[in-house]
Design a protein around this ligand. Structure first.
Ligand SMILES: [Zn+2]
Length: 214
């Protein structure tokens, strides 16, 4: 389902372009709105959420899919935590659906999926681990990096249950927007992957915007 937002980018309290392969790591407060924009289209924004007050509580793909009885994320999805609580709600979306099954790219999966010589290539998991190490005060370690959301990414499940990575549904300027139901840490890896069509073999920038409650 498509749903346009009524929020005006000129009213945003935070507005940041995140380059291909870079990270966004910020706190978003309860009631604030968070928008991620696919500036050039066909990009993947690999995202993790943590309860800012207790980072042991974090986004749970399993609880989210079970509660909404749907494997795809879109308008109306409540992003659930490992404690079964609402973290954020998707309130606007111009893409149609987002993935939470495919996982994030890692040096290990690069070697399994593509080639041993791809091991050194930059991955989302490396970006997250670097962000966690450089922000020690957040209290996270690499053990806290678990299943994620791939905003803008198209990972359909076929009728016989096979997971496939397909060309994106997203396009230039398309976005997804959420409202936070608790204070959250938002950790986004703007995917640097060069080996599959999740970002058109051509990683491009995204923009992240935050608004205060109306
Ligand atoms: Zn990635």
């Amino acid at each position: 389902m498509m749903q346009q937002s009524t929020l005006d980018p000129t009213d945003a309290v935070l507005r940041r372009v995140v380059g291909a392969g870079d990270v966004f790591f910020e706190r978003v407060r309860h009631g604030q709105f968070l928008r991620i924009v696919d500036l050039e289209g066909n990009q993947a924004a690999d995202t993790l959420f943590y309860n800012a007050e207790d980072t042991a509580e974090r986004y749970s793909a399993v609880d989210t899919m079970r509660e909404q009885r749907n494997i795809y994320l879109g308008v109306g999805t409540t992003l659930m935590s490992t404690e079964g609580r609402a973290m954020l709600r998707i309130v606007a979306d111009t893409v149609g659906r987002h993935d939470t099954l495919g996982g994030a790219c890692a040096s290990e999966s690069n070697t399994v999926r593509y080639d041993l010589e791809r091991r050194h290539m930059h991955s989302c998991r490396d970006s997250w681990m670097l962000a966690v190490v450089l922000n020690e005060a957040c209290g996270l370690t690499k053990r806290d990096i678990t299943h994620n959301i791939n905003f803008f990414m198209n990972v359909p499940v076929t009728p016989d249950g096979v997971l496939t990575f397909e060309d994106g549904l997203s396009g230039p300027g398309k976005y997804v927007e959420m409202c936070a139901d608790m204070d959250v840490l938002v950790l986004i890896s703007n995917c640097p992957q060069l080996n599959n069509p999740c970002n058109g073999y051509n990683p491009t920038p995204i923009e992240v915007l935050v608004w205060d409650p109306a």
